[in-house]
Write a protein that binds this ligand. Sequence first.
Ligand SMILES: [Zn+2]
Length: 271
Amino acid sequence: MFELPECVILARQMNGSLKGRTVQTGVLGNSPHKFVWYNRTHQEFEALTRGKRVGDAASRGRWLFVALEPGHVLLLGECGGKVLFHAAGSPMPKKYHLCLTFEDASFFTVTTQMWGAMELYEKGAEQNRQYVKDMRPTPVDDAFTFEYFHDLIRGLEEKRSVKGLLTQDQLVPGLGNAIAQDIMFRARLHPKLPVSELSQAQKEKLHDEIVKTVQDVIARGGRCDEYDLHGRHGGYVRLMDKNAAGSPCPECGATVEKIQYLGGACYYCPS
Ligand SMILES: [Zn+2]
């Protein structure tokens, strides 16, 4: 799954490679998939995208906003998989859930592995979409201050764990199970530790590591187990993932453990 850093990178690359191109044909997938959320029929999507010019792309959390001018915004939300730009003459992927072909014969495809929203809105209406409308500040926003984070934690129920804070209910939008592992490792916090038991120093460290880890992943072009707009892997190698399980902790040498917790595996150093 793409997380916030991959979405930042994709939006940046779209502004370099897609912006200014004119859509010749827009089609929804050739591969039916019940977990892709569309809000248009095939005919509507084709009619509304034809002749549109790609404008600015932006990201917020795990959502990508691509202006199709005049008048529309393509919204790609919570996708994993591949969001790719293809130069003219490239082979078409066998499976895709959305494709925009441009007048110069280059094209853009989105293929999701798990689920994802691929929706087209009249400009402005995308801001009212569920999950976008009430999105809390994300770790790249100026509003994501320690004071904000402290208040967020104070408002949570007592049993909420560190992993729950990082991965559930869009409390910190844009984070997923992958980056959360490294944030917890860097902050030296057990995934199951209730946030109500965090000391002031631990809260500060956690806030700090959320922001720094996100910035690190962005600086390295995304995670190495994801693809960018040009089909290249990012350069950020995860510290705590399935490769780390059973291996020595990079900090202290203790054996990294794996547990199943809150809908996914957790990898952590017991010491
Ligand atoms: Zn360790």
